[in-house]
Ligand binder design. Structure first.
Ligand SMILES: Nc1ncnc2c1ncn2[C@@H]1O[C@H](COP(=O)(O)OP(=O)(O)O)[C@@H](O)[C@H]1O
Ligand SMILES: [Mg+2]
Length: 606
């Protein structure tokens, strides 16, 4: 909903030489294509000007002089050059297309690879929508600039240069008149285009707000009605649409004014040419063909000038786009491999948190002087109020974030000495909101271990308790799960992500509230799969449900980043502290449900 809005940020960037150079350096590797491209454009525009010059000769040397032989030879020359020009036109359009694709390919590849490298903390502070518009619309805009924008500018400049050359050759005085008027056209056109683009951007920006408003009000229609917000929402919407109307109105007005203005300025230029040219002709300094050629050259310059004004106006936005893309490419991952990072091949042994401090960005500390020693093969359950720091503790373990102070010991050494892959490839995680990728169920499970055979996958699915529901689907393991798995229920997705973790055969297994949003039946399945997976592995279980944590070797109650209670289920009950209260309040309903199996699951979960 907020995605399209982020895309339409304000632009304050003006021309920035360094960014332009950097954009150009992106295409440096394709220099052969660029040279070919410039040559083609040069051919086209030189020929264009030359054609006008040939027309002049046809009139003067052929028609007016009554010389048939000259007429024939010039027309033949004209005809053969047209063929050359046609080939060049084909060439530059083709080359621009190829070049554009290459630049887009490079940028996409660079951004995608870099995005994979960036740490979670980057995603933490950067909205997804922002990133999405970098990889889509910004990349597109930059690619357009270096191809079509570059094409227009080269073509325009060549046209102007060659037209200038021929005008001076024909009559330099008349040429001077044209050159005093043309800059006015350039400036006026550039200003207009800039203003028009600004207004259109405003329209687009409001438009995305309107889309967002539609979206929120349609998807949230129940809440809107339930809270009687209709009138107020209508007011807010009304403001948006009238703002849009005003911006659209200004854009239309400016666009309408633009062409007539250009026409008037061009008419002044043409009028001067005809008047002064006529004068020169009466004095015998200029031929009829010469006047005609001049008129053509002036007309010939007007279009490129308009095009260049447009590119100039768009260029500022493309530069802003490029700057944002570069800011993303330049972002350095916070968590990265140290130069001598090693992969010991396994991460066995105890896990120790030693005096760990941690905070997200500049927020308040989440953990302060946190200490914990977990023995190899132990199952640890973390319970406690939301926001207590449970997820943070396991985020640190997976080294998705690193402690700001203190250290975590894996395999007998500070885990910063290990490579990220050594740690992350040996941890299996099942999260509260399972994430699947579009594709088949088979592919999604295989994500856990890319070289797994179909049999391995089926075995993993059986262990995870997913096999039964999968075989009931029409296409079984070949069933498509839809975008982010939305063709499946949350419970089904959870079973698949569990199967994915099972397939991986992780050395450390983590479940973060994996059963909190599934029905009781699925929960029982997950429970069983989990137990299969936890056997002999160091495991962390974060759960609300008693049944999930009761069997843990140790239960830790985490409150405000501290371990406030620890022990086995029985020990903690005896302490009559937080766990006991949790047990008596929250777990009671669970126990009731165990004895009333026919109560609807949703009611029981409330
Ligand atoms: N990605 C994040 N960025 C910033 N702050 C976070 C982030 N995740 C959690 N926090 C904060 O850290 C604290 C602990 O959160 P968390 O570890 O998710 O607790 P729990 O899993 O126990 O509910 C909370 O105050 C939360 O607001
Ligand atoms: Mg959590």
């Amino acid at each position: 909903m907020s995605t399209p809005y982020i895309e339409e940020e304000e632009f304050s960037t003006q021309f920035n030489g360094r960014t332009i150079l950097r954009i150009l350096s992106q295409v440096k590797t394709h220099w052969q294509w660029i040279i070919g491209f410039v040559l083609m454009i040069a051919t086209v525009s030189v020929l264009d000007s030359y054609f006008t010059f040939l027309s002049k000769r046809i009139i003067d040397e052929g028609i007016v002089a009554g010389n048939q032989a000259a007429l024939k030879s010039i027309v033949t020359q004209y005809g053969s050059l047209i063929l050359v020009q046609a080939a060049a036109v084909f060439g530059f359009i083709y080359l621009a297309g190829v070049l554009g694709e290459r630049v887009r390919y490079d940028l996409r590849q660079k951004m995608f690879n870099h995005l994979q490298d960036l740490s979670l903390s980057y995603y933490n502070r950067t909205p997804v929508g922002w990133i999405m518009s970098r990889v889509t619309s910004d990349a597109e805009r930059v690619a357009d600039l270096v191809t079509w924008g570059f094409l227009d500018v080269t073509w325009g400049m060549m046209n102007i240069a060659t037209a200038t050359f021929f005008m001076i050759k024909i009559n330099w005085r008349l040429g001077l008149i044209v050159f005093t008027i043309m800059p006015i056209l350039v400036i006026v056109a550039a200003q207009f285009k800039k203003k028009i683009i600004v207004e259109f951007r405003k329209v687009r920006k409001i438009n995305s707000k309107i889309t967002g408003a539609y979206n929120e009000n349609i998807t949230g229609v129940r809440v809107v009605k339930a809270f009687g917000r209709e009138a107020r929402n209508m007011n807010e919407f009304g403001e948006l649409t009238s703002e849009m109307y005003r911006a659209g109105y200004r854009a239309a007005w400016l666009s309408a004014l633009f062409l007539p203005t250009v026409q008037i300025i061009s008419a002044v230029a043409l009028g001067s040419v005809v008047w002064y040219g006529g004068l020169q002709a009466t004095m015998g300094n200029l031929t009829i063909g010469g006047i005609q050629a001049f008129v053509s050259y002036v007309v010939f310059m007007i279009w490129p000038i308009q095009e260049m004004a447009r590119v100039y106006a768009e260029m500022q936005h493309a530069i802003a786009s490029a700057e944002r893309i570069f800011s993303m490419i330049d972002a350095v991952p916070d968590v990265k491999n140290l130069p001598k990072a090693v992969d010991p091949g396994t991460i066995q042994g105890d896990i120790v948190y030693e005096h760990v401090d941690f905070q997200y960005e500049d927020d308040d500390p989440v953990l302060e002087d946190f200490n914990l020693h977990i023995k190899q093969g132990e199952t640890i359950a973390l319970v406690g109020p939301t926001g207590g720091g449970k997820t943070t503790i396991i985020n640190l373990l997976g080294r998705f974030f690193e402690p700001t102070r203190g250290k975590i010991i894996l395999n007998g050494r500070d885990y910063k000495e290990l490579s990220l892959n050594a740690i992350q490839s040996r941890i299996g995680v099942v999260l509260q909101t399972p994430h699947l990728f579009s594709g088949t169920i088979l592919e999604n499970i295989r994500y856990g271990k890319l070289d797994a055979t179909d049999e391995d996958i089926e075995r993993a699915a059986k262990l995870a308790g997913a096999h039964d529901f999968v075989t009931e689907l029409e296409k079984g393991y070949q069933e498509e799960v839809g975008e982010s798995g939305n063709l499946l229920s949350v419970g089904q997705k959870q079973l698949i992500s569990l199967a994915r973790a099972v397939l991986r055969k992780p050395e450390i297994f983590i479940m973060d509230e994996a059963t909190s949003s599934v029905d009781t039946l699925t929960e029982a399945l997950i429970q069983k799969g989990m137990e299969n997976l936890m056997e002999g592995r160091t495991s962390f279980v974060i759960a609300h449900r008693l049944s999930t944590i009761r069997r843990a070797n140790r239960i830790l109650v985490i409150e405000s980043g501290k371990i406030t209670e620890k022990g086995t289920h029985a020990e903690l009950l005896r302490q009559r502290g937080h766990y006991y209260r949790l047990y008596t309040s929250q777990f009671r309903s669970e126990l009731e449900r165990e004895y009333q199996p026919f109560r609807p699951a949703s009611a029981a979960a409330e």
